[in-house]
Design a protein around this ligand. Structure first.
Ligand code: GSH
Length: 234
């Protein structure tokens, strides 16, 4: 059997996306967390230093999209990219939207709500000497703040960003009223990419009561969250 290790941060939407894809396919894996100062070691895993990185029998694969394609090639059951070409293109376009646009809403909410930032600092400090979270928490907040400023979303007010985000979620709710999954009759990269982001927005917490009103979206997200895990915990 292949030895599969997911190098991750539990609060990274892209790492959640990969965990869920592995779970969906029923592929057994272990995880390695890079909390606290261990984050410095991610530079050795890939040229960007970003996570997730999936290690399969010693081979390191970076980027959740490349990982999805690799998984489909080597574990073809339950494809993440639909076989139907029209559905495959829809899935890939929605994946890109979730990864490159919704991601910035998710970061915005984290940065603008101090409770959300404290939650991330707590998760970042798990299993590490207590002072690491106090040193790294503000650094992460600063980096994320810089990212949303550069991308542009941080120039808008909280109220405006929330309204835009909820408007988009209403559109997704309409889609999910018509079809159970975002692209085709089964979960695809579109579902995993969006769920990865939204699970973190839900962790942030301040929009949960509004999100719950989108009943199709909310029950779809619950299905994604409740997917049985195939992680092997030693
Ligand atoms: N396109 C990448 C994005 C990965 C990504 O941005 N990961 C973030 C964590 S959410 C990261 O590693 N940030 C640390 C850094 O940029 O140094 C993917 O899909 O895997």
């Amino acid at each position: 059997m292949k030895q599969i290790v997911l190098h991750q941060w539990v609060f990274s939407p892209f790492c959640t996306k990969v965990r869920k894809m592995l779970d969906y396919k029923g592929i057994e894996y272990t995880t390695k967390n890079y909390n606290g100062f261990l984050a410095l070691q991610t530079r050795k895993l890939s040229e960007t230093g970003k996570l997730p990185v999936l290690e399969i029998d010693g081979q390191l694969i970076q980027d959740s999209r490349v990982i999805a394609r690799h998984l489909d090639k080597h574990f073809p059951e339950k494809p993440l990219i639909p076989a139907d070409l029209a559905m495959a293109s829809k899935a890939e376009i929605l994946q890109d939207w979730a990864d490159e646009s919704i991601f910035f809403y998710e970061i915005f909410f984290r940065v603008k709500y101090s409770k959300a930032l404290f939650k991330v600092a707590d998760l970042l400090g798990e299993g590490r000497p207590f002072y690491e979270k106090y040193l790294l928490g503000p650094a992460v907040g600063y980096q994320l703040g810089k990212a949303v400023k550069q991308q542009g979303i941080a120039r808008y007010s909280k109220a405006m960003v929330e309204e835009r985000f909820l408007h988009l979620m209403a559109q997704v709710d309409c889609q999910l009223q018509a079809d159970p999954w975002l692209a085709g009759s089964d979960p695809s990269v579109a579902d995993f990419a969006l769920a990865g982001q939204l699970i973190e927005v839900v962790r942030t917490g301040h929009l949960n009561s509004q999100l719950q009103q989108y009943s199709h979206l909310w029950s779809w997200l619950n299905k994604m969250q409740d997917m049985p895990s195939s992680e092997v915990v030693s």
